[in-house]
Design a protein around this ligand. Structure first.
Ligand SMILES: C[S@@+](CC[C@H](N)C(=O)[O-])C[C@H]1O[C@@H](n2cnc3c(N)ncnc32)[C@H](O)[C@@H]1O
Length: 245
């Protein structure tokens, strides 16, 4: 590949990522923001959403299980924090959390909820923007709960690689396993407001994901650790842990 061809490929990849991120911002910030607010609250929900809520709670506990019990003083990124429940859990373990999301609406809600709950003993800094923003700096740990699931395989890989590059110890994230018949797609596709630009889920097999990460030179310093699937009615998602070797 010539230098010119490589530059063109990089530009095309960046443009595709920016477009996808823009679609997701539109969806989570406007189309589905009140649905996410309800799902992530204690408000009564219908049967389908109740299975999703229960599954997501189990998944949050699963990812938390990949992190040290005591995070006092650790700098942790909640990448795609949504309404901020995970960030609050991390702060409760003593972490200094940066909670970032492309949706201003969801970040505002996250901040309000944390204030109402009285966060601590750690802290939470809320940011609106891209989880890959280099100005965020380096973290001890990164978590991404159901926030990478809308990206196609090449973008998912690039996101994971770049999140790993700014992590001292590890990244804990979720993906939607391709084998799942019922997936979080139901949340977006059936129970949530739908529009032309509503984001679909991009499932990937665990095998394909491991192969991609294993073949990526930038991941040489990392090993794939635990991986656990959570299935709860209309929710299916799989956790994966990446640790610096
Ligand atoms: C399915 S929601 C999950 C939110 C939260 N992690 C949770 O589990 O409640 C996906 C979130 O990822 C956010 N997101 C997607 N791509 C992002 C990016 N590149 N940078 C920051 N946030 C992103 C979306 O705005 C959305 O709030």
């Amino acid at each position: 590949m010539t230098a010119a061809t490589a530059t063109t490929a990089t530009t095309a990849t960046e443009a595709a990522y920016a477009q996808r991120r823009g679609e997701l911002e539109e969806y989570f910030d406007r189309t589905a923001s009140s649905a996410w607010a309800a799902l992530t609250s204690d408000a009564p929900v219908g049967r389908i959403r109740a299975t999703v809520r229960a599954g997501r709670e189990r998944m949050r506990e699963t990812l938390l299980g990949y992190l040290p019990e005591d995070l006092t003083g650790a700098r942790v990124l909640d990448a795609g924090c949504g309404t901020g429940t995970f960030a609050t859990c991390l702060a409760a373990r003593g972490a200094d959390v940066v909670a970032i999301d492309i949706s201003q609406t969801l970040v505002d809600l996250a901040r309000q909820r944390a204030e109402a709950e009285g966060v601590g003993p750690g802290t939470i800094e809320y940011r609106v923007g891209d989880m890959l923003d280099p100005s965020l700096g380096i973290f001890d740990w990164v978590v991404a709960l159901d926030s990478l699931i809308h990206y196609p395989a090449d973008q998912l890989q690039a996101l994971i690689v770049q999140l790993c590059a700014r992590t001292r110890f590890g990244v804990a994230f979720t993906f939607v396993p391709r084998t799942a018949l019922l997936s979080i797609m139901h949340v977006v596709g059936k129970t949530f407001p739908r529009g032309n630009r509503s984001p679909d889920i991009r499932p990937i097999t665990e095998r394909a994901l491991r192969a991609r990460l294993g073949a990526d030179e930038a991941m040489a310093g990392f090993t794939c650790g635990r991986s656990d699937r959570v299935e709860s009615g209309f929710y299916t998602s799989q956790a994966m842990e990446l640790r610096r070797a």
